[in-house]
Design a protein around this ligand. Structure first.
Ligand code: SF4
Length: 202
């Protein structure tokens, strides 16, 4: 059985792909198969839209604060699927929807993408991870190379136009207080909200 949805804190998490263009040094995929009590998050294959919606239907969404597209991979790798599932959730009720993303959707798709999230996604949480492009390349190791950091910032700035809440995060255990302060300034200059995220909550 594949784990397509799972519970984490007071949210339902959705795991739609294991694909990711990055190889972050701290990625949980390197040393764990699971987060929370989800069971293995490695998918045998990518679930269809129907399988994802059926899996979501197994939860009483009214009991949860939000649905989060996260999992063991980059959810915007399957942007069209993500948006169709988000529309399905919105049609069911008022549940808030969040995406946890590396922010490289524009590079993955070769075009601007933030506007597509408008009206469907309530919160985007983007991994900032570093305060400059060289450091970002070392930590995140994106296949798109040195231009990735600026592309991620550009996506984040675009999101502030279309999404009610834009968070940008760094991982607590791999950043110093100075880096966190600088990261906060970068976020504020973009119009996003800075958060330090615990390692486990990748
Ligand atoms: S972006 Fe996320 S899934 Fe991809 S390597 Fe980094 S931590 Fe892992």
């Amino acid at each position: 059985m594949m784990t397509v949805t799972y519970k984490g804190r007071n949210a339902v998490y959705v795991n739609i792909t294991n694909k990711c263009p990055c190889a972050c040094v701290f990625c949980l995929r390197h040393n764990k198969d699971s987060v929370f009590d989800a069971g293995s998050l490695w998918l045998e294959r990518e679930p269809t839209i129907k399988e994802i919606c059926d899996s979501i239907d197994a939860w009483d969404l009214e009991k949860y604060d939000e649905v989060v597209f996260c999992g063991y991979g980059e959810p915007t790798e399957r942007l069209d699927v993500l948006l169709q599932v988000a529309a399905y959730i919105k049609a069911k009720g008022k549940t808030k929807i969040r995406i946890n993303t590396n922010g490289l959707s524009d590079l993955i798709h070769g075009e601007k993408t933030a506007h597509k999230l408008k009206g469907l996604i309530d919160t985007v949480s983007i991994s900032l991870n570093a305060t400059n492009k060289e450091e970002y390349l070392k930590i995140v190791r994106p296949k798109f190379g040195i231009g990735s950091y600026d592309a991620m910032l550009s996506f984040a700035k675009d999101c502030t136009q279309y999404i009610p809440q834009v968070l940008m995060t760094v991982v607590d255990v791999v950043t110093s207080k100075e880096e966190q302060e600088k990261s906060k300034q970068i976020c504020e200059s973009i119009g996003a909200t800075f958060r330090v995220r615990p390692y486990e909550a990748n």
